[in-house]
Structure formats: C-alpha cells, structure tokens
Design a binder for this molecule. Sequence first.
Ligand code: PRP
Ligand code: URA
Length: 211
Amino acid sequence: MEHKNLHLLDHPLVQHKMAFLRDKNTGVKEFRTLIGEVSTLLCLEATRDLPLRPAQVETPVGMADVQMLAGRKLAIVPILRAGLGMVDGILQLVPAAKTGHIGLERNHETLEPREYYCKLPSDISQRDVLLLDPMLATGGSASAAIQLLKKKGVRRLSFVCVVAAPEGVERITREHPDIPIYCAALDQGLNENGYIVPGLGDAGDRIFGTE
Ligand code: PRP
Ligand code: URA
C-alpha cells in the first residue's frame, strides 16, 4: 500500500539519534533527552507549510524585506503518557502554542484504547493542531484521538510520531486519509503483543522509568 500521507524524516541527525533511542541500554535520562531532540526536528518538518507574510525590519545597516509567520494559532496535543515526552522539544520551536491533553491507554489483551482524560484549549477548533505520540503501532490510539479532535471541530491536524508500524500507517490512511503523519522511522511490523518490531520498546515506560 502506498503511504501518500506519510512523511518519513530520514535526516542523518535524526537517524543517528534513533540508533541510541532503539538501544535497550540507553537509560531514562538520555532516552527522554533524545525523544525531545527528535521531536524538535520532526516539528520542523511538520510546520514546513505554515503560511508566511511579508514584512520589513530595520537592520543596523538598512531596511530588509523579511518573512514572518502569518499568525495562525497552533496547539499541540500529546496523547498520555508517552506523548508528554515530546512536548518540551516541540515547544522549543513553537513556544506560543497552547497544549491540550488526551489520555488513552491500550488494553494489553485487546489492544483497544480506553479514553481516561481529555482537556483541550477552548478554541481548539480554530487552531492548527499537532497530535503527538512517539509510537504508532496498531493505530488504534492515534485514530481514536484524531476522531475526538475532529469531533471538536479541528480541521487542520497532523500526527507526529517517532516510530511507526506499517499497520498503524495503513489504519490512519484508511480511516483518516486527510491526516498527514510525520515520523522518524517506519519499522517492519508488530509482534504478537502489538509491539513495534524492532521499535524501541514501551515508550511510556522508557520515558518515565516505569515497568
Ligand atoms: C502506547 C503508545 C501509544 C499506543 C500505541 O501507549 O504511547 O499511545 O500505545 O499503540 P496503538 O497504535 O496500538 O494504539 P500505552 O497505551 O501503552 O499507554 P502509555 O503511554 O500510558 O504507556
Ligand atoms: N506502544 C509502545 O510504547 N511501544 C510499542 O512498540 C507499541 C505500543
């Protein structure tokens, strides 16, 4: 299946950081830092089409024609828990973005997501939204979060993850063909427990040091 909506960031810096993220010997502190750094780089790509407006500023030497952001309002929405690990890295580039939270937990047997929390900016429908979760596995969690945001009236939405499985990409493509997906790696597939292979393990556990 062709993944027209998939933007795979194969930048050398990202790929180098992915090597350490995947390594099972990478500790919590370094893992959290790397997730933040990869998220910043993914954000650069996911915001590539933000509209600009012409302006002028005075440099110490003369007038310069410049381009500035046209003032579209942004929001980021991490999917709890693991999406939280991406927030600081993204806010480094878009510090004025508002942040909403969607709490979803995958049932370990059925792999179905259960919603346990949702708090979004009141004007979310007027914002460009980046939905964040490092792992796109079956796609159940991302699809449920996208559906929720669409129901709230969000029209401009991108999904930003770190590792994607083909199964998840295909599900989002099928159920939400209008949503672009930005990721740093497209892996082989899922194992019998719904984990991405080779992936990087349980992202939430590795970010927060739980197990
Ligand atoms: C993980 C991950 C995604 C989801 C991906 O979260 O962070 O949200 O699984 O799997 P899916 O594509 O098959 O839905 P998990 O439910 O383990 O919760 P956690 O972040 O609280 O650990
Ligand atoms: N969630 C994770 O954290 N890792 C996976 O590989 C799949 C789902």
